[in-house]
Design a protein around this ligand. Structure first.
Ligand code: HEM
Ligand code: SF4
Length: 568
C-alpha cells in the first residue's frame, strides 16, 4: 500500500506552536546584553510584535572582511488603522525617531510609520513608548491580520466616517488576544505563563500575513484588490449599507517560480453592514484552516482561492458564517482621486496633501522636512493622516491658517503637489537597501533617477502632465504594490530590474512581465519606443498602462527589443 507522506510544516509553524502565545524566549533574549542579535525562533516571533531584525547592508561586506559582526538592528512598525494619528501622537513618534532610530520616519505603503536602525538594547523601550502613545506595534507584521487600511481622505461625511470607524474597529477586534506583547514590552516581564485562548486564530495563528483594505468605489487610492480581503462599500442615500467582499488579492511572488504570482482579489459575496464582522471572521478562519502551512511562499489566501476555486471557498466561508451568502453583484467602477494639494474637508476646514519622496520624513541637506512637519503640528495643531501612496495629509486646517502653514512648510524646503509632475507624485518605492534583508537591488534610493529618466521621455512628447503610476521595489515580494501600477520595476540583482507594464491606474488589472531583467541604465532607453508609440497611437485619453495592455507583450517587444522576441 502506498503511504501518502504530507510535506513537513514550515519551521515558523513549529516556532508558533511552542511559543506560549507568541512569547517564546523573546523576553530573556532581549534582556541578554551580551549579544546584539536574537535567535531564529525569536526573529520569527518578534515579527508578530511589529519588529524585524535586520542589519545595515551598506556596511556588511566591509565589516565581514574586517572579521567584525554586521551592524544588527531592528525595524519597528506601528499599527495605525486608517493611517490616523493625533497631533500629540505624531510628535511622540517624531521624538522616538530621533531618540532611538536613525532620525528618520518612513510612511509605509500601508498607512503607518516605520522606524529603522533601533538597537536591540532600545527595542523594548521603543515599543513600550509607542504603547504609551495609545498606539501599538502588535500584529503590524507576522501571520495575523495586519493594519487595516482605507482611504486617507479626511472628508467629513457619513460614508467616510464609516470607512474610518470600520477600519479602526476591524483592526482592533482582529488583534490577537495574547497578552504576550503587553507583558514583554510594556511590563518588561514574562512570568512563564501559558498561552491564552485565541478564539479566532487558534494556537498557531494564520499560515501567513492577512491584509484587509476597505474603500468606497469613488476612492480606490489604496488598491483595494491587492488585499487578501478587499471590502467595497455599497452606498445607499449617502450611507454605507453593505459591503462587497473580494478575496485572494496579493502582490508577492518569487522570480522564476511560476507557482507564485500576484493576484487581484475576486468578488466573493455581499453582506449587510451589520454582518460585516461575522463575514470577516469567517473568511479569516477559512484561510486559517486551508492556507498552506508547509510552504510559506504559497501560504496566502490567493492560492487557496486558485487551488480550490471561488465556489469552494465560498462554501467553506458559509460554514463558518453559518448561513448562505448573497452573490456579490456586478463590480462597481473604481476611481482614484488625487488627495495632494488643498481640499475642503466638508466641515469648514481644509487639508493639505504633501507629496513625500518614497514616504521618507527626514532632514537632509537643504530639505528640513522632518522639522517642518513637526513645526506644522506644533504651531497649527494639524492632525496627520498617512496615505497608502506614502504621502501625508495635514488635516483640520482652518481657512485663515492656510497661508501660514504653506509658508512654514516652504521655508523648510517641502515640495508641494504642483512642484512635481504627476509621474513623480504617483511614484512609490519600497525601502530596499540598506535595511531590508530581502532586497536584491536598490528601490528608495534609485527612485529619483529612474523616475526622472521616464519623466524626460514624457516631456519629449509633451506628455509630462499625464498620470502614470510607477512602483519600484528591491525584490519581487512587492511591498510597494509594483504589479498593480501602470509600470512596475522590480529588483532582480544589484542594478538590474524586471519591468512590468499594462496595469491600470484604477488598480483593477495586474500588469505583465515585459523584460525579465534589464540594467537600471537601460530602463529609459528600453521604454522610449513604447512611450513614443503611446504618444502617437493612444486613443482619446488612453492611459499608459491601458495602451500597453491593448498592445500586449509581443507588439511592445517588437517595438523595443525585437532581438528578445526572436530569442524566445
Ligand atoms: C510576500 C512577501 C513579503 C515579505 C517577506 C516582506 C517583507 C518585508 C520586509 C522585510 C520589510 C521591511 C523592509 C524595511 O523596512 O527595511 C517590508 C516592508 C514593507 N512591506 Fe513587505 N514583504 C512582503 C510583501 C509585502 C506586500 C505584498 C506588501 C503590500 C502590498 C507589503 C507591505 C510592506 C510595507 C507597507 C512595508 C513598509 C515599507 C514600505 O512602505 O515600503 N509587503 N516587507
Ligand atoms: S519589496 Fe522586497 S526589497 Fe522591498 S521592502 Fe519588500 S521585501 Fe524588502
Amino acid at each position: 500500500m502506498t503511504q501518502i507522506v504530507s510535506p513537513p510544516l514550515s519551521p515558523v509553524e513549529g516556532y508558533k506552536t511552542v511559543s506560549r502565545g507568541l512569547r517564546g524566549t523573546i523576553s530573556a533574549e532581549l534582556a541578554d546584553d551580551t549579544t546584539i542579535t536574537v535567535g531564529e525562533a525569536s526573529h520569527s516571533l518578534l515579527k508578530f510584535h511589529g519588529t524585524y531584525e535586520q542589519y545595515d547592508r551598506d556596511t556588511a561586506t566591509q565589516l565581514k572582511q574586517a572579521g567584525l559582526e554586521k551592524e544588527w538592528n531592528f525595524m519597528v512598525r506601528a499599527r495605525i488603522p486608517a493611517g490616523r494619528v493625533t497631533p500629540s501622537q505624531y510628535l511622540a513618534l517624531d521624538d522616538l525617531a530621533g531618540r532611538y532610530g536613525n532620525g528618520t520616519m518612513r510612511i509605509t505603503t500601508r498607512q503607518t510609520f516605520q522606524f529603522h536602525a533601533i538597537a536591540k538594547r532600545n527595542l523594548r523601550e521603543t515599543i513600550a513608548e509607542i504603547d504609551r502613545m495609545l498606539l501599538t506595534t502588535m500584529a503590524s507584521c507576522g501571520d495575523v491580520v495586519r493594519n487595516v487600511v482605507t482611504t486617507a481622505a479626511p472628508i467629513q461625511d457619513a460614508v467616510h466616517d464609516t470607512l474610518r470607524n470600520t477600519a479602526e474597529y476591524l483592526s482592533s477586534v482582529l488583534l490577537p488576544r495574547s497578552n504576550a506583547h503587553h507583558q514583554i514590552f510594556v511590563l518588561g516581564e514574562d512570568n512563564g505563563e501559558e498561552a491564552e485562548v485565541e478564539p479566532m486564530y487558534g494556537p498557531t495563528y494564520l499560515p501567513r500575513k492577512f491584509k484587509i483594505g476597505l474603500i468606497h468605489p469613488d476612492d480606490n487610492t489604496i488598491d483595494v484588490l491587492s488585499n487578501d480581503l478587499g471590502l467595497i462599500a455599497e452606498v445607499t442615500d449617502g450611507r454605507v449599507t453593505g459591503w462587497v467582499a473580494c478575496v485572494g488579492g496579493g502582490q508577492g511572488m518569487t522570480h522564476n517560480k511560476p507557482m507564485t504570482y500576484p493576484r487581484v482579489a475576486s468578488a466573493l459575496c455581499r453582506v449587510d453592514h451589520a454582518d460585516l464582522l461575522r463575514l470577516v471572521e469567517a473568511i479569516v478562519k477559512t484561510q486559517r484552516d486551508h492556507g498552506d502551512r508547509t510552504n510559506r511562499k504559497r501560504a496566502r489566501l490567493k492560492y487557496v482561492v486558485d487551488d480550490h476555486g471561488l465556489e469552494w471557498v465560498k462554501a467553506r466561508v458559509e460554514e463558518h458564517y453559518g448561513a448562505p451568502l448573497d452573490a456579490p453583484g456586478p463590480m462597481p467602477k473604481l476611481t482614484v482621486p488625487d488627495h495632494l494639494g488643498w481640499h475642503e474637508q466638508g466641515d469648514g476646514k481644509w487639508w493639505l496633501g504633501l507629496p513625500l519622496p518614497a514616504g521618507r520624513i527626514a532632514d537632509v541637506g537643504a530639505s528640513r522636512l522632518r522639522t517642518g512637519l513637526r513645526e506644522a503640528v506644533i504651531q497649527f495643531g494639524v492632525a496627520p493622516v498617512m496615505t497608502t501612496l506614502q504621502d501625508i495629509l495635514l488635516t483640520n486646517v482652518e481657512p485663515d491658517q492656510r497661508d501660514g502653514l504653506e509658508a512654514l512648510l516652504k521655508a523648510h524646503g517641502a515640495l508641494f503637489r504642483d512642484d512635481l509632475t504627476p509621474i513623480a507624485r504617483w511614484s512609490m518605492a519600497c525601502v530596499a537597501l540598506p535595511t531590508c534583508g530581502l532586497a536584491l537591488s536598490e528601490a528608495e534610493r534609485s527612485r529619483e533617477p529612474i523616475v526622472a529618466g521616464i519623466e524626460g521621455l514624457l516631456r519629449q512628447h509633451g506628455l509630462e502632465q499625464e498620470r502614470i503610476s510607477v512602483r519600484i521595489t528591491g525584490c519581487p515580494n512587492g511591498c510597494a504594490r509594483p504589479y498593480d501600477g501602470d509600470l512596475g520595476i522590480v529588483g532582480r540583482a544589484p542594478g538590474a530590474y524586471a519591468i512590468f507594464v499594462g496595469g491600470d491606474f484604477e488598480g483593477t488589472r495586474l500588469n505583465f512581465l515585459l523584460f525579465e531583467r534589464i540594467k537600471e541604465a537601460e530602463i529609459t532607453s528600453k521604454l522610449a519606443p513604447i512611450v513614443t508609440a503611446w504618444a502617437v497611437g493612444r486613443t482619446q485619453g488612453e492611459g499608459f498602462g491601458d495602451f500597453c495592455h491593448r498592445m500586449g507583450r509581443e507588439k511592445l517587444l517588437a517595438l523595443t527589443a525585437p532581438e528578445m522576441l526572436a530569442a524566445e
